[in-house]
Every structure is written in structure tokens, then in C-alpha cells.
Design a protein around this ligand. Sequence first.
Ligand SMILES: [Zn+2]
Length: 136
Amino acid sequence: MFWGADQMSESAVQKAFGHKLIGTPFMKKMVERTLMRLPPKIADEIMKHCWFVGSFKDGWAFTIRQRDLKKGECLIFLSDELLGEDPRQIIWTITHEIGHVILGHRNSIGAVQTKSEIKRQEKEADEFAKRYLIAG
Ligand SMILES: [Zn+2]
């Protein structure tokens, strides 16, 4: 599936994500608004391979099993603290995290990385966010 950025509605994003978007309506809206600012090719890739998880009403706790995540899929967690920030900050942070995924960074929990590797990856993810968010 391939959309022009301005043709991609929030409900289309929601539908494409299916069950991989878990959180409050506000959290979903922030993820959708972020994806709508990215080139369709990147948004499409993220919708196919990424889970976004935050806390949600009636969701005291939940489980995502390893087998729920297919090979190559990743999970981006958005904290309540982040979601309490200004929408611009939220969208920046989501884009930064998407940057890590698109750039193939191995910054997962448990990965052993040197300080300089982490520093370089953070810089690259910030540059990714800058590229897509400054102009808009
Ligand atoms: Zn980062």
C-alpha cells in the first residue's frame, strides 16, 4: 500500500496498524499525526514493522509475547510522562524513535553498546527528526 502524505487519513493509519497500536486515543492520535508528516514510504514501513505501546484505560497491565513480534518487528514504548508533554515534543520524540528503527540502530534493551556508538546513534536519530519536522 502506498499513500500520498496528504491522502493518508488518521483512520487509514489506524486501519493499517491493526492491533500494533496499543494505548489511549490521544496516544494513537500522536502516532498518527507523526506518521502523516513522514514520507509515505517510511510511514508504510513503520506501520508494517512497528508496534507502539503506551498505557491505556482499562489496561492495568498487558503482555506482548515474543511470538507476537515477528522477526524484524520492533516495539516503541511511549511513557505517560512523554504523553503529558507538548504535542510538538511528543511528535519530535516519536519521530526520533522511528529514526532509530529506519536507520537500523541496535539500541534495544540488553544490547551492549559503547558510549560513542550510543552518542552517534542519538545524533543520527535527531538528524532524522530534524529532516522531517523542521520544514513542517
Ligand atoms: Zn534515541
